[in-house]
Design a protein around this ligand. Structure first.
Ligand SMILES: Cc1cc2nc3c(=O)[nH]c(=O)nc-3n(C[C@H](O)[C@H](O)[C@H](O)COP(=O)(O)O)c2cc1C
Length: 324
């Protein structure tokens, strides 16, 4: 039988469920036991060939954990991180103790959690304020072993654009990668609340049919890789989350940093889009690390710039579907 969830925890989960995840897979479920909230793995929604190392899924869990913590802050609740588990992508990943408090609500945090979304269209040039860079670096300062790096010079961005083309070509050449992606890319009218609808990829009704079929049939893939390269070239800056280690405990922390940075970017009014391939595929990350002059292992890359128009967000599973 499904248990009653206290209203303040249900409200918190309503924000935590908005956490972004690779391919919008939403690989989590929430187990509520009194004032304890466990963020646990939903094996049916964990990526396979799209995430061979598990890095993207661990990052996603770090993001979800951080979304829950930020939601608690925003709702004026006390949240204590009781435990985390980083030995395997099974069972419970994090346990939070949530209690009510007299702290005031912080509507700005709640609105940033709602407002943040992925913008996959061409971005317009934008001034990236020094204050945003400082805020992002400040936001992750207490996360041990995690750093944020900004790349702004055009020549370096274009080199990352070239790596993006190579990395995307490599990823899309895998039939297993494409097969999984095919099931997570939807026609615009699909009722699915996981995965990515064509409209989030900049496609209209008809475009969403061609987009999905081209993944299935492996048609036009070099064009897709060139398209992503061009999008990177158009960025005003690339933002990287780097860590001093490269195992799941660092990936979870990198996810927490990712969301803090993503919320700062959303708050600044700039658009953002994550691209995993250049830091995930082959060893392109090593060249980018050299370009940045860091010994960190890069875990995530976001391109940022000025949004040209409004884009709809991806749907999410409801709290009732995510709780047991
Ligand atoms: C760890 C991670 C990796 C991602 N990788 C990519 C990517 O390679 N390409 C892309 O277009 N979007 C990528 N995204 C964006 C997600 O697809 C997006 O967050 C998700 O579909 C939910 O949409 P929203 O961000 O608009 O809420 C990634 C997001 C996360 C959290």
């Amino acid at each position: 039988m499904k248990q009653e969830i206290p209203s303040h925890i249900s409200e918190l989960l309503d924000y935590a469920r908005l956490a972004p995840s690779a391919h919008n897979a939403q690989p989590w479920k929430f187990i509520v036991d009194g004032n304890l909230v466990s963020i646990a793995v939903e094996l049916d929604r964990v990526l396979g060939p799209g995430d061979p190392t598990g890095r993207e899924t661990w990052l996603s869990f770090g993001i979800c954990l951080e979304a829950a913590l930020q939601a608690a802050e925003g709702l004026g609740l006390n949240a204590e991180l009781v435990s985390t588990q980083t030995s395997s992508l099974q069972g419970t990943i994090a346990v939070l103790k949530i209690t009510t408090s007299n702290k005031p609500e912080q509507p700005a945090i709640l609105s940033a959690l709602k407002k943040r979304h992925t913008y996959r269209e061409k971005m317009q040039p934008a001034e990236v304020p020094q204050s945003l860079i400082a805020q992002c670096q400040q936001a992750v300062a207490d996360l041990e072993g995690v750093n944020v790096h900004f790349m702004q010079d055009e020549a370096s961005i274009r080199r990352v654009g070239e790596y993006t083309f190579k990395a995307m070509s490599l990823a899309l050449s895998s039939p297993d990668f494409r097969k999984e992606l095919y099931h997570l890319v939807h026609y615009n009218w699909s009722p699915s609340r996981t995965g990515m609808h064509g409209y989030t990829l900049g496609e209209g009704m008809i475009g969403s049919i061609f987009g999905k079929l081209s993944i299935k049939m492996g048609i036009g893939l070099p064009l897709k890789a060139r398209h992503d390269q061009q999008r990177v070239n158009d960025a005003s800056a690339l933002v990287f989350i780097g860590t001093t280690g490269d195992v799941p405990s660092f990936w979870l922390q990198a996810g927490r940093a990712y969301l803090r940075v993503a919320l700062k970017i959303a708050d600044s009014g700039l658009a953002q889009c994550t691209l995993a391939a250049p830091v995930e595929a082959a060893s392109f990350h090593e060249d980018i690390e050299k370009m940045l002059g860091t010994s960190d292992r890069l875990q995530s890359m976001l391109r940022i710039g000025k949004p040209a128009h409004f884009v709809r967000s991806s749907p999410r599973l409801e709290v009732e579907e995510l709780t047991t």
